[in-house]
Design a binder for this molecule. Sequence first.
Ligand SMILES: [Zn+2]
Length: 293
Amino acid sequence: MPELPEVETVRRGLQPVMEGARFAKVDVHRGDLRWPLAQDFVKRLHGRTVTGLGRRAKYLLADLSSGDVLMMHLGMSGSFHVFEKRGAAALGRYYHERAKHVTHDHVVFHMSSGAIVTFNDPRRFGSMKIVPRANLDAEPLLRGLGPEPLGNEFDAAMLARACRGKKTSLKAALLDQRVVAGLGNIYVCEALHRALLSPKRMASTIASRSGAPNDRAERLVEAIKRVLTDAIKDGGSSLRDHKLTDGGLGMFQHHFRVYDREGQPCRTAGCGGIVKRIVQNGRSTFFCPTCQK
Ligand SMILES: [Zn+2]
């Protein structure tokens, strides 16, 4: 499943061809994505200009000249491709393999910029939905989401408040979208490793009893922001390359310090530990028991 840095990479790739451009034509080959596209989906896009392309958690939000917002989610296997005169460009490279067969091009945007943007999704867990901008705050898919991890609002004080008294593991707390929005399994593992905190540690231990942040909360927030920023930077360089992936494993893998590295040496300088895999809440956790306390 694409994580936040990948979605942000896609946003940055779509921005130059979608912002300021009009939907000249919209083709829907398959409307039964995670939810069926609305009956008026094409009508509400046709002729509208994209005034801005933003992101909230893992949703891309295209603001339209009509006052509507087109919400797009990549789901498990969704990807966007941009076809311009000079050829196709895949937006970002992914850790997970994705199919590129055209039979999975479910939605095709013909932009007035001349670019053709296709949404490809073999498993069809992705989604598109149009909502009035005025109703966005009440939108069930977004309501209740915690702060953006890269936003100013997200800091040690806020994270500590959210974890105060929590008896779940730190890992489970970070995966809780109400605590912080858009973090997934990979970057939670990576952030905990950078912060030298055990994923098994109780969430409440990053806060005092009154909810004030301690040194662990500071380290963790710093690590989350850094790991995401680094990954987005990597994604940006893959955009510049404009290379299509041939399936297989993508670039982020090479920068992982613990994720998917069971049995390999820890990358913390001077640690000498071995990365271990455990299962928490049904999902793999990779960590170093030697330096993550
Ligand atoms: Zn270690």
